[in-house]
Design a protein around this ligand. Sequence first.
Ligand code: TMP
Length: 209
Amino acid sequence: MKPFAPLFISFEGIDGSGKSTQCQKLYHELLGRGYKVHLFREPGGTHISEKIRDILLDKEHTEISPITEMLLYFASRNQLITEKVIPALKRGEVVLLDRFVDSTLAYQGYGRDLPLESIRQVADVAIGDVMPHLTILVDTPLETAENRMDDRELDRLEAENRDFKENTRKGYLELAKQEPDRWLILDGRESIESLKARVINRVTNLLNG
Ligand code: TMP
């Protein structure tokens, strides 16, 4: 049997956007079609990265500096790509990531106001040229996203103020505008099934292309 070409897809969006649901749907769809497929969340996805996640999302860690925060996201990410993502892609498998480097550009760059240039320099060291073929942005207005999270216990980032979240959302749209070929922007107010159909349509084109 001919090996599959590797495929790397990331999902992005503000908290409560609905992106994780779409990751899961795509994961199961591709598994059902017989692909060898992996789904990892960021920060997380390896033993060490999950420990870094605990540090990052702990609500008691209010003293964490913006640069420490940014570096920890990249530390987690480097461990994930080294241990899991690159080996899987080399085997010709499909890798789905629930968040990747664009989360840091949107949250720490546009949200936290760290210079994008500094983030890109760290990205160069931490991930080099490992970039997704496709990044799916589930763009959801803040109010809709917040309503969906009403009964969820919020982590440190989810508990941030509205300006931070609005700037993060705008940041995503700006990033997507800069690289239209890599991004697919979806309207997160659409139904789960309608979003799923759009995702599958685009990914099927990529797989056939
Ligand atoms: P999650 O809730 O989607 O698992 O993501 C964890 C939180 O971390 C979420 O509030 C977004 C935030 N985050 C960043 O601020 N920067 C990043 O680089 C990543 C990956 C996540």
